[in-house]
Design a binder for this molecule. Structure first.
Ligand code: ZN
Ligand code: CU
Length: 535
């Protein structure tokens, strides 16, 4: 249908529009005016300041990365290079229990330490959640940001790294901290229940805080208490928290970890469907890889991870506790043959160990002529706990099943990266650069796991609906002008485990809030992203 001629700032002409709802693509032009979509259809009579030729290309809503750790990365490098070049226009931050705010004076250093080496590379000038959002705004990021407040940060802000239950007074202070962040615009509360000290929270503590996070229709995002042998119990706990707190639950980076647990995704999905039938609004996000990424310190027994980095380093330096830790690491590896071939050292902090990034623990052990458990302990000491690892732990079949389910949304679980500067020195999981093109290219196009329209819905309208972003995630008049134009035949992830700093191929244009931010290989650096606040 030819629409009455109008004026636009940008006209995207001749593309195949995939509108984000899952509807089949259709040939249409898209006109943008200011930061909004003005019209969609046959706009051949329209004038435009800038006309972008999208013939042969797909025009989709900008992708929403449902689970990221870009909280500090965006302050270090506001260009969000690795994300923007995948077509991501919005990142959800503050996940897995970790948000940089609130950071009250009394515990600021401990909260900063939760962020490892990157904590040193930013000027930590905020206290309240609102102050942190102002710091992000002042940085003018290339992508929009959806902030979530972390349970662990709120806990540390009140009771430090203590490995015990809070008193009634402490719990009520934590509640007030969550409520204040919600008032400042947070979209909900996140938890990280495998990491110290978040893991010291019992279910009651989480229910109390998830209730506070449910105000303003907030969501409870959770890295559940176990993704391996205790996976089904951990899912049950998350659902219980949803029921008792009356809050929507977003299971983060859904997976079944460890060979003995492969196949359990089916039971997880059945539990989620049952919970939904009972009226608990559970959904989840997932990344399209069979390897995870976490701190190297997670290899330590849980008792040895209490108390923060200084306490851990003291234990590793004490001969008696070191011997105990060493034997527990060795016993866990004995129970999991091949473990050291399947764990890569990812990022380190020191210049000296940078050549080891990307090698397996087995390879480093051979180079150093040392036992793998000693290598782990020495690396933690050398890096002062600022080291991460990648582990191959999931089955391809489970990843496919989790991706394909209609409740799935796509989340990278990664910070925005860049091949240069401070971020370029790290060795990220390839998901930082490849998540969205891998779903579109590898899984939708090459493997036919689902239609491209369904893949796009998982990264646009569904996360937008979950977040309550009523004006994003779809292409329709009046919606925010966040758009990606990509070549469906070319779109591909290029980042690998050994060589992660590789931009994706096939993304032609990215527009954020009506501003052309990426044009082919060129990042235009207009930094038109906004910090979105839940109203
Ligand atoms: Zn997590
Ligand atoms: Cu995470």
């Amino acid at each position: 249908m030819l629409q009455q001629a109008g004026r636009s700032d940008i006209l995207i002409a001749g593309g195949a529009v995939i509108d984000g709802t899952g509807a089949p693509r259709r040939r249409a032009d898209v006109a943008l005016h200011g930061d909004r979509i003005a019209a969609v259809g046959d706009l051949s009579g329209w004038a435009a300041d800038l006309r972008l030729d999208a013939s042969g290309l797909v025009v989709a809503p900008g992708f929403i990365d449902m689970h990221t750790h870009s909280d500090l990365a965006l302050l270090i490098n506001p260009h969000a290079e690795s994300k923007l070049r995948q077509g991501v226009t919005t990142e959800v931050i503050g996940q897995c229990g970790f948000s940089p705010a609130p950071a009250p004076d009394a515990h600021r250093d401990e909260i900063r330490a939760l962020f490892g080496a990157w904590g040193r590379h930013v000027t930590w000038g905020w206290g309240s959640f609102a102050d942190y959002l102002d710091a992000l705004r002042a940085r003018h990021t290339s992508v929009n940001v959806v902030p979530v407040v972390g349970h662990t940060s709120c806990r540390v802000g009140v009771m430090g790294e203590e490995s015990r239950a809070p008193s009634a007074a402490e719990l009520s202070q934590m509640r007030s901290a969550v409520e204040a962040a919600m008032g400042d615009g947070a979209f909900g509360l996140s938890s990280g229940l495998v990491y110290a000290p978040g893991m010291f929270a019992d279910t009651d503590e989480l229910v109390a805080l998830a209730e506070a996070g449910a105000s303003h229709d907030g969501v409870y995002f959770t890295h559940i208490r176990g993704e391996a042998d205790t996976l089904l119990d951990a899912i049950a706990e998350a659902i219980e928290i949803g029921r008792r707190a009356g809050v929507a639950v977003q299971l983060s980076h859904l997976k079944a970890q460890g060979r003995q647990n492969w196949g359990k995704i089916e039971a997880v999905l059945a539990a989620v469907e049952r919970a939904r039938e009972d009226g608990i609004d559970v959904t989840y996000d997932v990344y399209p890889y069979t390897a995870w990424n976490t701190g190297l310190g997670q290899l330590l027994p849980s008792w040895a991870r209490e108390g923060g980095a200084e306490a851990i380093l003291a234990r590793l330096s004490d001969p008696a506790s070191r011997a105990q830790i060493r034997s527990e690491i060795a016993a866990a590896a004995d129970a999991d043959p091949g473990r050291w071939e399947q764990r890569l050292l990812a990022s380190v902090d020191s210049q000296a160990n940078r050549p080891l990034q990307g090698l397996t623990i087995a390879e480093i052990a051979a180079r150093r002529d040392a036992a793998p458990e000693d290598v782990v302990i020495s690396l933690l000491l050398e890096e002062r706990c600022n080291a991460s690892m990648v582990g191959f732990g999931m089955s391809e079949e489970d990843v496919r099943r989790a991706l394909a389910h209609p409740l799935a949304m796509i989340g990278s679980d990664a910070a925005a990266s860049a091949p240069y500067g401070i971020l370029g020195k790290s060795h990220p999981h390839p998901r930082s650069y490849g998540t969205f093109p891998r779903v579109l290219g590898h899984y939708a196009r090459d493997e036919n796991l689902f239609p491209l329209e369904e893949a796009v819905a998982k990264m646009t309208s569904r996360p937008a609906a979950r977040l309550g972003l009523t004006d994003r995630g779809r292409i329709a008049p009046g919606m925010a002008a966040d758009l990606v134009v990509f070549d469906p035949d070319i779109i591909t992830d290029r980042a690998t485990y050994n060589s992660p700093h590789q931009y994706a191929a096939g993304v032609q244009f990215v527009i954020v809030n009506g501003v052309l931010e990426l044009q082919g290989e060129e990042h235009r650096g207009r930094r038109a992203g906004s910090v979105l606040a839940r109203s």
